[in-house]
Design a protein around this ligand. Sequence first.
Ligand SMILES: [Fe+2]
Ligand SMILES: [Fe+2]
Length: 431
Amino acid sequence: MTLFHRRGFLRASAAGLAATWWVGHSSAADSPVEVAPEPRPALPLDFTKLTPQDTLFLTWQRDPTTTITVQWIAPPSEQIPAVRVAPRFGPANWTNGTVETKPFGNTDLKVYRCEFVGLTPGTEYIFQIGSSSQVHCFRTMPAKATNTFTWVSGGDSGIGADAIATNILAAKQEPNFVLIAGDLGYDNGTSAKVAVQFIANYSKHMIDPKGRLIPLVTCMGNHEVRGGYKGRRSDATYYLPLFDGLYKDTTYNVLDFGDYLSLVLLDTGHVSPIEGEQTQWLEDVLRERQDRPHLFVANHVPAYPSYRNPVGREKVLGVGELQRRHWSPLFERYRVDAVLEHHDHTFKRTHPLTDGLYDKYGVPYLGDGSWGKLRTPVPPEKRPYLAKVAKAYHMTVQQLEGPQRLHVAMENGSRLLDVYTTTGKRPAKRG
Ligand SMILES: [Fe+2]
Ligand SMILES: [Fe+2]
């Protein structure tokens, strides 16, 4: 019996959820250094003229409460610029970092990477690159989730005007970080210009209202890999040189934020098969983290699609079928709070699901990747696992406060699409 031929689903409703979803903005503190964002010139796609400031962005390779990784793409340099970091407030005690370079796909460009460890949690820092007088700013994640904090999630960006509009909307929410879970620029493992433009757009727009750069976390989608699926690491021509700090040995990993938040970042068959090693790793990782206050999974291809067909044909699997078979039972057993999925280019929220059916203690799947790409979703009447869909460019503000999670989907133009809450830890599915 398939998930579509079993008993009907109850309808979840957003009614009664707090209308005061608005993300809190703390008041600006006085700053000893001017770090307000400045408009930058349009990217010179002449790669020989790229400066570090054109593609500068932050990411993480390990615990975001005490580390930061500074990266940019630029031509090779005989003298690699130094990076130094200091607390934003108080005496300017500078620490110098070590910059590593690596090839950027099939280009003459290099990826420049500098990681700082041993930082103080919940602290604002400034940093400088080389002899540039420009000062940049960022903040580390808090040591404990005692205060409300927000981050933004989404997928399927591209490099067009709609993607840029979503970038700007996301940055306005003052998130601690952004997660884009696959299909970043749509370089397809073949276009260096697209890959650079995506990072340049991010660099230019993802600065919060207080002048802080917003770190970027990603996982792989089909448009990062030549051929889309069943590729080799070398087919992720421009993605892995940028993000293999986190994906050094595998194309999936987990990012632990202190002891309060874990993001499990998966590869839906683009380089690593879903079944086998990745599934075994996933079970181990989730088992160890089943009591974590906030446990999210993010992946690219949805287990419960809102556009593509989840039902297979003879010898052809339905979309998400392998995840539903191998991963969803683990999400249910090990108390995953929400799964973020993408690829179908819509807004969607499923009901909380166990075995594909409505269960108030089940797992919600939030998606479906329309940061800058759009399709018309199938209505919930035809897909009973869906609670709500919309054809809308969007990203989701994830607001965590104590045991409560507010998942607020916002459309370009700031229209509120959906407010959904999850609270505490649901019971694990037995068996
Ligand atoms: Fe996509
Ligand atoms: Fe995709």
